[in-house]
Write a protein that binds this ligand. Sequence first.
Ligand SMILES: [Zn+2]
Length: 82
Amino acid sequence: MSTKPMKPLPKAKQTVDLSKADTIKCDDCGNYLFITSFVIKKVSAILSPTGQEGLVPIQVYSCGNCGQVPKSLLEGSGLETT
Ligand SMILES: [Zn+2]
């Protein structure tokens, strides 16, 4: 049996200089640390591909300080306008 350590998964070939990338900050308080949260959508049986009512979680990031989710991260959740 092999005892070789598991190799890390290959990284994407394209390297991105993250120091030049924009840091998303909280619209409300300017905090830049976010925690993962889930918006949970209740899908009615009519809309569901399986024909059954169900809950669909959408992962978003909420501010670790005030809990606000940046509007740019809410796209597709149906909550953009609220
Ligand atoms: Zn905040």
